[in-house]
Ligand binder design. Sequence first.
Ligand SMILES: [Mn+2]
Length: 309
Amino acid sequence: MLFYTHNPSQFAFSKDENDFNNYISSKNGKKPTKKSLFALLGVPFDSTTTYRPGARFGPSAVREASHNFENYNLSCDCSIDSTIFDLGNVQVSHGNFKKTCSNLLETVSDLLEYDIKPIVIGGEHTISYALVKALNAYKNLNELTIVHLDAHMDIADSYMGEKYSHATVMRRIFELNPARIIQVGVRSASYEEKEFVQEMQIEYYTSAEINENLNSLLKILDLINGPVYLSIDMDVFDPCEAPSVGNPTPGGINSQQLEEIIRILALKQVVAMDIVEVAADKIGDLTSINAAKIILDFISMQGKSSLQY
Ligand SMILES: [Mn+2]
């Protein structure tokens, strides 16, 4: 029997949890060896949001928006040929980051055990900490480059009394001692944050610098060696292209620049990524569409060694 149906609440072009379980049992515990496998996880958590709430709806909104796109990508003349499993959402405990972080860390650790790369849709930015912490058990963080696309540095030691907050997440990640942190598209920070990143020699490239000379950033990203963790706060975009975020900040970068950045990063050894801070509240939301596009661009472009810029 054949039903001509699909599940609109599942990410476009993905396989579901049953396929995932079949894959795992067919592998009988053996790690895959050839093409990259990706697993999508939603984390509908937004407990430390300080301005515009709603990131808990991000995973559903981005999945819905993914159905707006084609499997074929005209920009790179390539199609999606990697397997992507949509495993649904991680159980969150609203108001309790510690418990949510623990659930996410354990789930992601299981995926890494099978050499499956997590792509996590937030949720607020705080969740990135759990992902980098999970990587710690499988990769040498001394070799890991964090590429952080964001309007904000997110590197305060604490924010409104919280150590674990969307505004402190990069400080907690910095404390895990990754090899390098590169901040892309920043245009907002406290004076203390700016002093800290300069003192610690954390690289940052402002949206104004990128608007002035995108190629200079692309060359820097292209020189990255070793494993990469990619964290994308959707407020890196100018609010005219991504208004539904927790902290909209004028003067951002645009979707074409993002596409070029992803084109370079997709050829790097990205071991996990997150797309966070989509606080969308309606079908067809522009922020969700741009977030879904990033994931689809990344999946279709990754591993295509012939791409040029
Ligand atoms: Mn931000």
